[in-house]
Design a protein around this ligand. Structure first.
Ligand SMILES: [Zn+2]
Length: 559
């Protein structure tokens, strides 16, 4: 731009959507950015509210945000710049279509803005990049548009034609993913999360927008656990929001040069404590570590380990860095008020701890995220760490990591949670149920009986496992729990053999369930050879479709 070269005429336009056009746009808009920054540098524009706030313009696609002081000269200069830029680039600003959003402006300022700018004065929240932004917490009514956006996705999906496994994918990868961007920026009110959960839950179980409790096989908080904890891996929105919030805290700590890093981050109390616990700091010069609230000296922060002492520290001194606090023993003079015995004990304890600390002026503080091998934050690790303490779901790998169609895995998941509508569960609710197991007509039907200990089933497993030379693994009389028996068989093998047998057991269990349903609902007579026949056909198809473990076992099978 500095050189006066031959003029460039743009003769050929670009089609909309051409991959070149965003590049061109960036090149051109960069100039506007520079002009504005230049004007600020030369003090033509007054500094914004805080000295450190040097970010004056935000550009993305056709959304431009300019931050201005409500002063006559600043407005005049900005309008001149936009005019100049418009003439040079052809990108003229349509002020009628722009709007002014006052932040902490007086009534006089607002009147002045109205008079000096031909724009509309509007109120927060404003929509920027699809996110409703506001300096205040969004009210329920303001956030409702987000709920509507989620609900709007449902009608176009042919829910009736989808299996539940298919719906899980839509819930997680569409309904949940579309919220990540918003959750990254906003803290949604609990009522809004609840409204979104209602939609996700109803779509999963019924393919509709709303549902009654009876249609849900498993409570929603269980469904929204990671798969290794027995859920379906659908994200828990609150925890996901926390995990994403932790990202800001992490970036603030590790990349302090970011334009926003001096802003206080509004994070709930539990998120802040979790962060202190999740990050271990190796102290260098102590300038980027908070003395009281970061975990640098002990596993936890000093605030958590020495709560009495912390509460005796003057409020404004609680934010001191390690460097600040240690220099001239400032942390000692920060302690105020009458000292109780507890405060004194903790004081002496800290004093001893600090006697070993030596700052290294040349070395930056190093922050390590405890939940990844690399020591760097990842949203996945943060999200999963928020479930610490929950019990592992033993068969999760066998179910979810095996080759099998989603609908079969989903069935095994419900079976492992004992959530299939077998007679025992129907009876408990006073519903119509077969008096005895429909396959053997001998004992009351439970899911474990049906899948492992029924005479019919044991015969079935023996025949199909024999096909692979694995008849020794067939259930014995003592095997009364399906999941345990499966675990035992799976552990007998390794590698492809293990994968193969897991797929085979999923298929077998699913076929038994289907046969059971035919007997209950269509009046069929139990017939082992028919199920075996169905198994033999299906197992070939699975092998062709890509179940490599199954192909491996088939190749080994004695002919
Ligand atoms: Zn039976």
């Amino acid at each position: 731009m500095a050189l006066q070269e031959k003029k460039i005429y743009h003769q050929r336009g670009l089609r909309q959507g051409d991959p070149l056009s965003p590049m061109l746009f960036i090149l051109v808009m960069d100039v506007l950015c520079h002009i504005i920054n230049k004007a600020a540098e030369q003090n033509m524009l007054q500094p914004l509210a805080r000295r450190a706030l040097c970010h004056r313009i935000s550009l993305y696609a056709d959304d431009v945000v300019l931050f201005l002081r409500p002063s006559a000269s600043d407005i005049e200069i900005t309008l001149d710049i936009l005019q100049l830029f418009g003439t040079a680039s052809g990108l003229t600003t349509n002020l009628q279509k722009s709007s002014v959003l006052p932040i902490q402006c007086s009534e006089d300022d607002k009147v002045f803005l109205q008079e000096s700018l031909p724009c509309q004065i509007s109120e927060f929240p404003c929509k920027y990049l699809g996110v409703p932004l506001s300096p205040h917490k969004l009210t329920k009514a303001q956030a409702m548009s987000i709920v509507e956006r989620v609900a709007d996705r449902l009608p176009s999906w042919k829910a009736d034609l989808l299996t539940k496994a298919g719906r899980v994918i839509l819930v997680q990868y569409v309904l949940t993913s579309m919220l990540i961007y918003i959750l990254l920026a906003l803290e949604l009110p609990p009522s809004v999360l609840k409204a979104i959960d209602k939609i996700r839950r109803a779509f999963l179980w019924k393919g509709r927008k709303d549902v009654k409790g009876g249609h849900c096989l498993l409570a929603w908080p269980k469904v929204t656990r990671p798969v290794f904890l027995g859920g379906l891996g659908i994200s828990d929105l609150q925890k996901l929001g926390w995990a994403l919030k932790l990202r800001w805290l992490w970036l603030q700590k590790t990349e302090p040069e970011k334009a926003w890093s001096f802003f206080p981050i509004q994070a709930q109390h539990q998120v802040q404590s979790f962060f202190a616990m999740a990050v271990k700091t190796v102290i260098g010069n102590g300038k980027n570590t908070s003395f009281w609230t970061d975990g640098w000296l002990l596993d936890q922060s000093l605030k958590q380990t020495l709560p009495h002492l912390y509460s005796a520290v003057a409020v404004r001194a609680r934010k001191r860095t390690v460097f600040d606090a240690i220099t001239d023993g400032r942390w000692i003079s920060d302690i105020r008020g009458a000292l109780s015995v507890q405060v004194l004990i903790e004081y002496i304890h800290l004093w001893e701890l600090l006697s070993d600390v030596e700052l290294q002026p040349e070395v930056e503080d190093l922050h390590i995220w405890k939940f990844t091998a690399s020591g760097l934050y990842s949203t996945k690790s943060a999200y999963e760490a928020l479930f610490i303490g929950a019990t592992q779901f033993d068969p999760w790998e066998r179910i979810w990591k095996s080759w099998a169609p989603g609908k079969c895995k989903f069935f095994l998941w419900t079976a492992a949670h004992n959530r299939c509508w077998t007679a025992d569960r129907l009876a408990k609710r006073g519903l119509n149920h077969p008096p005895k197991c429909p396959l053997c007509d001998q004992i009351e039907e439970t899911i474990d009986h049906l899948l492992v200990s029924c005479v019919f089933t044991r015969q079935f497993w023996f025949i199909i496992l024999q096909q692979f030379g694995l008849q020794a693994a067939a259930p014995q009389l003592a095997d009364i729990c399906f999941v345990d028996w499966w675990g035992g068989v799976s552990n007998m093998l390794s590698g492809q053999g293990k994968k193969g047998v897991n797929s085979i057991i999923i298929l077998g269990a699913w076929l038994i369930w289907k046969h059971r349903n035919c007997c209950v609902f269509d009046g069929e007579t139990p017939n082992v050879s028919r199920v075996v026949e169905a198994f033999r056909e299906e197992v070939q198809l699975w092998s062709v479709a890509g179940a490599r473990g199954v192909s491996y076992l088939l190749a080994l099978a004695p002919s």
